[in-house]
Design a protein. Structure first.
Length: 475
């Protein structure tokens, strides 16, 4: 282990790395079931065969990307099909159905061509160091603002979209909007109906988890994030049994632990179909590929730079060693995703939870990758981890990452304005790439119209222009 991952050199050990990998896994395990749900309309499109194929593809492609990250880059970053990108992919599949009259499965296989081409493009650009040059073109002030903006995005996910409570009155109802946003408990009860008790349990679970994480971290206990999530899970399970009269482990008794490899072979494995893809027209094809490339590139760059900054893995200029290798891992994950049957694989912002738990080397990502593969056989166990428990970790890590604001010079508008816009844009849009794009446009515009045009590199101008086209012409 020492020779492969250089643990001592990075100030860590096997136990810490494994705990960090488990922590990262628990905060992002939701993607294993959520990704096939989103790509099939929660099972409504393509039938159970397609759902099972995407489920297995999610586990395999994520694991392959993380193994490359572990052994080639030796970084603690986890990978999986990106949120936002998978929803966009599902919309594209639906549009192909409407344009061509193909079935949903055939349209899904056609859309996989976008992911394949995107992965190949990224692999070539990574090998040629083009993606590294793009990262270097991002001004230091924006790089410093990425981590805090991601932190606010994590907070938004933790108290907002990560936990949705449904009831007979509808839903989803969210913690910040519908529970804390209600004027009185009676108003909340009236609005949520029989979902109110679940919402109360959710809030208690999140609060207990956050408290445990904070207290243990204060006392420098290793694995505090993981311990907090486990404590929160126990609270939720006990609450389900005692107050909601639900057996939290009931699903395990009837669950199937056998992977449906036959379904995967029939629907998604090596099934991308270029013949059907060209039916949507060349202009649409090129536009879609460029759009996916832009969003994925800056989502990955933002996550890598932001998380590495928090872990102290960057130099004074904000550059991370082995960035090229980390970007290659991202490209390999995406190519594997297209071959097995899922949307773009990208570096996950939840990697920050493992970094906060002490992860510093590829052993963290290797551990998370092994757990993703195990989920092909143990998916029902991963499914019982309550979303409220993962929210505790996301909220805590978000708070920690926001502390990076102290490194920004708010007396310098070329730093403060882009940073502020990223803080707003990332949580609202749900896209790291869109936040960075808005920050770059603001930075370039300020420098251009304040007589400092020469301070902006040619590549920064090009990237900013690309984002202007993306936002206002391509959408």
């Amino acid at each position: 282990m020492e020779n492969i991952f250089k643990l001592k050199e990075n100030g860590t050990n096997v136990r810490t790395e494994i705990v960090a990998g488990l922590t990262t896994f628990m905060t992002m395990a939701y993607i294993i079931a959520l990704n096939p749900n989103l790509l099939t309309g929660f099972g409504a499109n393509g039938g159970p065969q397609l759902w099972n194929g995407i489920f297995l593809a999610t586990c395999i492609a994520s694991a392959v990307g993380m193994f490359v990250m572990a052994f080639l880059a030796n970084k603690p970053f986890a990978m999986a099909p990106g949120m936002g990108l998978n929803s966009f992919f599902a919309v594209v599949v639906g549009n192909i159905v409407g344009l061509t009259g193909l079935s949903y499965v055939e349209s899904f296989q056609a859309a996989l061509c976008i992911i394949f081409v995107e992965g190949i493009v990224f692999f070539v650009l990574s090998i040629l160091n083009v993606r590294e040059k793009i990262i270097e073109a991002i001004p230091l002030g924006i790089r410093l603002g990425i981590a805090p903006a991601i932190g606010l995005m994590l907070l938004n996910i933790g108290v907002g979209s990560n936990v949705g409570v449904y009831s007979s009155e509808g839903g989803p109802f969210y913690v910040m909007r519908d529970f804390f946003g209600s004027l009185t408990p009676s108003a909340a009860k009236a609005m949520m109906g029989d979902g109110y008790n679940t919402m109360v349990l959710t809030v208690v679970t999140m609060s207990v988890g956050l408290l445990v994480i904070g207290v243990l971290n204060h006392h420098h206990v290793k694995g505090s994030v993981l311990a907090g999530m486990l404590a929160a899970s126990c609270v939720y399970w006990a609450g389900e049994a005692m107050f909601l009269h639900v057996n939290p482990f009931a699903s395990l008794s009837t669950a199937s632990f056998a992977p449906a490899f036959g379904d995967m072979a029939a629907t998604t494995l090596f099934k991308f179909n270029f013949a059907n893809f060209v039916k949507i027209g060349w202009f649409t094809m090129i536009t879609l590929i460029i759009t996916f490339c832009i969003i994925d590139m800056f989502d990955t760059i933002g996550t890598l730079v932001g998380t590495a900054s928090r872990a102290g893995m960057v130099d004074k200029e904000g550059n991370m060693p082995q960035m090229k290798e980390a970007l290659i891992a991202d490209a390999v994950g995406t190519i594997t995703g297209s071959l097995t049957g899922t949307s773009t694989v990208t570096t996950f912002v939840e990697s920050a939870s493992g970094v906060e738990a002490g992860g510093r080397t590829g052993l963290t990502s290797f551990t998370t990758g092994l757990l993703f593969l195990a989920c092909m056989f143990l998916a029902p166990i991963a499914a019982i981890i309550p979303a409220a428990a993962t929210s505790s970790a996301l909220i805590y890590v978000g708070i920690i990452m926001i502390s990076g604001l102290k490194n920004i010079d708010f007396t310098d508008v070329t730093q403060s304005v882009p940073a502020a816009l990223m803080l707003i844009a990332m949580p609202i849009s749900g896209s790291i790439g869109h936040g960075i794009g808005l920050g770059l446009i603001a930075y370039t515009g300020i420098q251009l119209f304040t007589g400092n045009a020469k301070k902006v590199s040619l590549l920064t101008y090009i990237i900013s222009l690309i984002f202007v086209v993306k936002f206002f012409l391509v959408v």
